[in-house]
Design a protein around this ligand. Structure first.
Ligand code: CTP
Ligand code: MG
Length: 229
């Protein structure tokens, strides 16, 4: 089996702000997308990496990464960016990982666990964590409607792993009117089972400034190297 990773890194990072697209914001002096490429390449299984970036950053990303990755232009949505990566997958690839540049500190053990689930026969596999906060449904006025039992709820991380044929079909048949925030949702929509594997508390998603501060602390403490739970 040949495994490739696609790293969507073509977002604007509007929630993070800071005047630089999120994937280019430094963490320990290194852009987030470079951390993400290193994290994926650290897996024993990943043979090639495709980075999807903003059109005006193509040359810069290409020269920063050199032969470590193929670099292509993204689209207006995350979905379009992932599709751009899928379009340039080399023919022999049969397992595809999709990993957000916004998760720079995913440990190699999580990447390996996702790949191993697909190699073991799953059509799709995603890393998950239990949810620590209590979850409540609220109405339009902010009143609590009910409390959601959280024992069957999981927070989903990346990389998400797929048998190539399954992901290509899920993308082709995606409903443009109902944009999904992850790729596994497209597979679920086809009625194909998605397997879960343990994620890691260090694989945080950088969305707001506080997340970047936390990631700097994790990098400094070298906690990012801890194995998955
Ligand atoms: N992404 C992408 N192409 C887009 C939008 C998002 O490749 N058109 C990527 C982002 O670069 C990121 C991942 O998808 O690595 C997850 O998206 P998100 O965290 O929402 O990042 P941004 O869209 O950049 O941030 P924001 O939504 O705050 O603008
Ligand atoms: Mg976004």
């Amino acid at each position: 089996m040949t495994v490739a990773a696609i790293i969507p890194a073509a977002g604007r990072g509007l929630r993070l702000g800071g005047g630089l697209p999120k994937a280019f914001r430094p963490l320990g002096g290194v852009p987030l997308f470079v951390h993400a490429v290193r994290a994926l390449r650290a897996s024993q299984y990943v043979e090639s990496v495709i980075v999807v970036t903003l059109p005006d950053r193509l040359a810069e990303v290409g020269s920063l990464l050199g032969p470590a990755a193929t670099v292509v232009c993204g689209g207006e949505s995350r979905h379009a960016s992932v599709a751009a990566g899928l379009a340039v997958l080399p023919p022999p690839v049969d397992v595809v990982l999709i990993h957000d540049a916004a998760r720079p500190l995913v440990p190699p053990g999580v990447v390996d666990a996702v790949v191993e689930a697909v190699l073991a026969g799953a059509s799709a596999a995603v890393p998950v964590l239990p949810v620590v906060d209590t979850l409540k449904t609220v109405d339009g006025a902010g009143r609590v409607v009910r409390t959601i039992p959280r024992d069957t709820i999981r927070a989903v991380q990346t990389p998400q792993g797929f048998r190539r044929s399954v992901l290509v079909r899920a993308h082709a048949e995606a409903d443009p009117a109902a944009p999904a925030t992850d790729d596994a949702a497209l597979v679920e929509a086809l009625g194909i089972p998605v397997m879960t594997v343990p994620g890691s508390p260090t694989a945080i998603k950088i969305t707001y400034s506080v997340d970047l501060l936390l990631a700097e602390a994790l990098l400094h403490a070298d906690l990012a190297a801890e194995p998955a739970e």
